[in-house]
Design a binder for this molecule. Structure first.
Ligand code: AHM
Ligand code: MG
Length: 338
């Protein structure tokens, strides 16, 4: 039998190799994340069995209907983190303002941004959904964390992770030293190393986009998709289309098989003039993971990781995947190719 490597052991070894003098706070923060996602995974798995499904009457700050499971996942992450003394401030896609550490509890050196349950409109159809995490260092000088700690460009992340609740639950993380994938063994309740040092292929043959919005896109995006579907493209045959509509699931496939995922600007929809996805909770952590797997993410003009956010819930166009495919997309989106 191959020796199983638990995520705890892997994180510890990474820390000892990269930061032998570290206090262990960061390592512990990563453990906390894995713990929270195990709880969420348990609840997602039994969601079909209990009356937890279905939308509540509430809407989130993005004006979308919030599912009960979103709230649950948000609470689990928040409560797992806020009294540990490791985070100074948090921000969640489901919460309008920053989440502060409760009074009388110690604040820490790290900042956690998260999308507790992405793709939640898919829950009722038993389609894969996920959680996304982005970790920064606190930069504000004194006291508890502040908004400015959350509004940092993606290149400053010290870690990022996503968890996909699919046919099995998988966690993929990076601390800037390779991208590693773990599968939850529910019988022992441990994430075990299953995908060592993931590298995304340099180019692929699959594209992933909500093409129903085609008529609302700018010309560059339209021409790019026309190109991908043409037999005269660089593959000499049309790309395959795969779109789940759950970003974590679409990006997990893209990371493993290569290709490109994008959610461009939508000219006609006043709610999506700059695309739908959130910079801080979705685009930036995924861009960090893809970068460390050899991929690339862009908003059409610049590297996602270089964008300086000005708002917590800022949206961005996102093009992400195999490096060559995203670079090619940039040329179309910029109008340098048709
Ligand atoms: P959510 O954070 O409200 O779940 O929305 C984000 C999701 C992504 O998972 C997915 O890529 C996208 O919305 C799908 O949007 P659309 O239905 O417009 O294709
Ligand atoms: Mg989301």
């Amino acid at each position: 039998m191959r020796e199983p490597i638990t995520i705890e052991r892997h994180i510890l070894e990474q820390q000892q190799r990269g930061f032998p003098k570290a206090t262990g706070d960061f390592t512990q923060l990563l453990y906390d994340i894995t713990f929270a996602t195990k709880i969420i995974s348990r609840e997602v798995n039994k969601a079909g069995l209990v009356e937890i499904l279905g939308a509540t009457a509430k809407e989130n700050v993005q004006g979308e209907t919030v599912q009960k499971l979103d709230e649950y996942a948000n609470d689990v992450i928040r409560q797992t983190m806020d009294k540990t003394g490791r985070v100074s401030v948090m921000a969640s896609e489901e919460v309008e303002d920053v989440i502060l550490v409760p009074q009388n509890y110690q604040t820490g050196r790290y900042v956690l941004l998260f999308d507790p349950l992405d793709g939640s409109s898919n829950i009722d159809a038993n389609v894969s959904i996920g959680s996304i995490f982005s970790i920064h260092r606190k930069i504000s000088e004194d006291g508890s964390g502040q908004r400015e700690d959350c509004l940092q460009p993606g290149y400053r992340q010290v870690g990022a992770a996503y968890v996909i609740y699919g046919s099995s639950t998988m966690l993929v993380y990076t601390t800037g030293n390779g991208v590693h994938g773990f599968t939850l063994d529910p019988s022992v309740g441990e994430f075990l190393l299953s995908h060592r040092n993931i590298r995304i292929p340099k180019s692929g043959s699959i594209y992933s986009v909500n093409e129903g919005n085609y008529t609302h896109w700018e010309q560059g995006a339209q021409r790019f998709v026309d190109y991908l579907k043409s037999k005269d493209n660089h593959l000499g045959k049309p790309f395959s289309l795969r779109y789940i509509g759950s970003m974590v699931a679409d990006l997990h496939r893209t990371l493993l098989y290569g290709g490109i995922f994008f959610y461009p600007r939508d000219q006609k929809d006043p709610d999506k003039p700059v695309g739908k996805l959130r910079l801080l909770y979705e685009a930036s952590p995924m861009a960090f993971i893809f970068k460390h797997a050899g991929g690339y993410a862009s908003d059409g003009e610049q590297d996602i990781l270089t964008i300086h956010p000005s708002e917590l819930h800022q949206r961005t166009p996102l093009i992400i995947g195999s490096k060559n495919d995203v670079k090619l997309a940039e040329e179309f989106f910029n109008g340098n190719r048709d």
